[in-house]
Design a protein around this ligand. Structure first.
Ligand code: HSE
Length: 445
């Protein structure tokens, strides 16, 4: 039996992911040691309350409330406590003491990533974070390493399992948003306060992390345009289904070119969108996540799997731990990240995509020409238009004598958000339009 030297591992946090990491580390320590060429000794687990109930049974003597002493004793610190403070300070302390750090803390990286990466670089330490976006799905390393020689054009990510579960229930079962959310809560996907998921905050943090890696540029989370799923109706989902689309909450990170100046920038945004049922992302059901990457040379790639879950996410953390430990054994500076492209994040108004607009219009002579004129006035080109007669849906503004309305479903060619918003405002203000029922972006084509 080979005698390895031991690397000291400190774990901060013993929640659903932390406790699984400790369990797997204790159970598979010998196997991991042979992969690394050094033993991985879990020297302690820092928690707020050593007597709290855990997801798995772990040796009591490992627990401590003294995180600072534990950090100073470790070669590698795994931060899985979540939140901003004291996680940020502990990571800085660990890096400054010469330890490498593994974290799954997306909120912290999205907010303080620049500071933490700079701190790591300054002391020649490494900060690993595969678990911070997409749970078990390997996506950080592919973007950082495998695609480092390529140019990423666009990422379309389903990176929030709770909202994907809700939208999938609405699509497959015809459920309402409220009904699907209640099921998500009952099954433990949604938190008691689901705001972070359904308002898109969680996905926006992941978008900031992915955009930063994909485009080698700083992407502050505040620069990510964010819309949640709370305004999505069962009717919109049903109409989408009939038109060959599925509604998904997408995190979109895109290389964009200003049509006037030719300058490159980044669009990072989270919003619900129509995705063709033929697109691979349409097959991502339930609470699963997937990240679809379009790269110039590699073409289209899709990374799929569990985006959350204690055991699943622990897999990503342990992968990082093995990488960090191998670096300790082999020496050297470890893998770097480059943030030297300095691409600006462009305002959402300048972003171009396709749109589906559903209108209830007065069913009278000349209305179609009026509607077409409004699109053309704003330089928005119509790709398809479908009309069906509809029962009068609410009172038409004018003329008062017209009782019948028709439903128009218009899909545009690519247009800027700015132009589309102006078009919708004009449509809403026109007497021929009884109601703008729905405006959805169409992505993935
Ligand atoms: N709440 C997230 C989700 C998991 O529903 O996917 C953690 O990022």
């Amino acid at each position: 039996m080979i005698e390895y030297r031991n690397l000291k591992i400190a774990l901060l946090g013993a929640g659903s992911v932390g406790s699984r990491v400790a369990q797997l580390l204790l159970e598979h320590g010998d196997e991991l040691a042979s992969r690394v060429g050094a033993g991985l000794e879990l020297v302690g687990i820092a928690v707020r309350d050593v007597d709290a109930e855990r997801h798995v049974s772990l040796p009591r003597e490992l627990f401590t409330t003294d995180a600072e002493s534990l950090i100073l004793s470790a070669d590698i610190v795994i931060e899985l406590m979540g939140g901003i403070e004291p996680a940020r300070s502990y990571i800085l302390e660990a890096l400054n003491s010469g330890a490498d750090v593994v974290t799954g803390n997306k909120a912290l990286l999205a907010l303080h990533g620049t500071e933490l990466f700079a701190a790591a670089e300054q002391v020649g330490a490494q900060l690993y974070y595969e678990a911070a976006a997409g749970g078990a799905i390997p996506i950080i390393r592919p973007l950082r390493d495998s695609l480092a020689g390529d140019r990423v054009k666009r990422i379309l990510g389903i990176v929030n399992g709770t909202t994907n579960f809700i939208l999938d229930r609405m699509d497959v079962d015809g459920d309402t948003l409220e009904g699907a959310l209640a099921t998500a809560t009952a099954l433990g996907y949604a938190e008691a306060d689901p705001t972070a998921d359904i308002e898109g905050f969680d996905a926006a943090q992941k978008a900031a992390i992915l955009a930063r890696l994909a485009f080698h540029s700083a992407v502050p989370v505040e620069a990510v345009h964010r819309e949640g799923i709370t305004s999505i109706t069962a009717d919109q989902v049903e109409r989408a289904r009939r038109a060959g689309y599925v509604v998904k909450l997408l995190a979109i990170c895109e290389r964009v070119v200003d049509p006037v100046t030719g300058e490159e920038g980044i669009s990072a945004r989270v919003h619900p969108a129509l995705v063709s049922r033929l697109h691979p992302l349409a097959a991502v059901h339930g609470a699963k996540n997937a990240v679809f990457v379009e790269a110039e040379a590699a073409g289209d790639l899709m990374f799929y799997g569990a985006g959350a879950g204690g055991l699943e996410t622990a897999s990503a953390v342990l992968g990082d731990l093995v990488s960090a430990a191998r670096r300790h054994v082999a020496g050297g500076p470890g893998v770097g990240e480059s943030f030297t492209a300095y691409l600006p994040v462009v305002d959402i108004g300048k972003v171009q995509t396709r749109y589906q607009i559903t209108l209830e219009v007065v069913d009278a002579t000349g209305v179609l020409a009026t509607i077409a004129g409004i699109f053309s006035d704003h330089d928005v080109s119509v790709e398809t238009l479908e009309q069906s007669s509809a029962a009068a849906a609410g009172p038409a503004a004018s003329p008062a004598t017209v009782a019948e309305t028709a439903t128009l479903v218009i899909v545009t060619h690519r247009a800027s958000e700015q132009a589309l918003a102006a078009t919708v405002a004009s449509l809403a203000g026109n007497t021929a339009v009884a109601r703008v029922t729905s405006v959805m972006r169409v992505e993935g084509a």
